[in-house]
Design a protein around this ligand. Structure first.
Ligand code: FES
Length: 155
């Protein structure tokens, strides 16, 4: 079912499939993101209604977890670690260089749909900070040139 333009019925079916769980909100958000590569705005009131929450509560949880996207990602996803160990090793400058080069803010996608840049909070690669990930591939001691090369290789 992976496509990026769900109908309310498709979203409702995913919600219903997770409703039996204890603490169903995160599983529901994950299921929707897995199916559609993002959690569309239109899903929020459907989730809120099913769980008897306000839309703001659903939105609050969704924005707390940086894994959830409001829009489908580009063909390639670069994640750059923003947690402490990486910050102390220059992750901020790295992020800024990458975002500036692509003309993006966090979570943004290039106009041609090729690259999305997202923050991540510890990839477990702290000893090799700053750490990043390109299309699921971990990269330690990342720098802007290395990330650009990975992206070219993945293109
Ligand atoms: S702090 Fe960046 S990988 Fe752990």
């Amino acid at each position: 079912m992976r496509h990026s333009n769900p109908t309310p019925d498709e979203v409702r079916a995913l919600i219903d499939a997770e409703l039996h769980r204890e603490g169903p909100l995160l599983p529901i958000l994950h299921a929707i993101q897995h199916a559609f590569d993002h959690v569309p705005e239109m899903a929020l009131p459907l989730i809120a209604e099913a769980l008897n929450l306000t839309r703001a509560e659903v939105h609050g949880v969704m924005s707390f977890y940086h894994d959830f996207r409001k829009a489908p990602a580009g063909r390639h996803v670069v994640k750059i670690c923003r947690a402490e160990a990486c910050q102390s090793m220059g992750a901020n400058a790295l992020s800024q260089a990458v975002l500036d080069k692509l003309g993006l803010d966090w979570g943004g996608t290039t106009p041609d749909g090729s690259v999305t840049v997202e923050p991540v909070y510890c990839l477990g690669l702290c000893a090799c900070a700053p750490a990043a990930m390109v299309d699921g591939k971990l990269i330690g001691r990342a720098d802007a040139a290395r990330l650009a090369a990975e992206l070219e290789g993945a293109a």
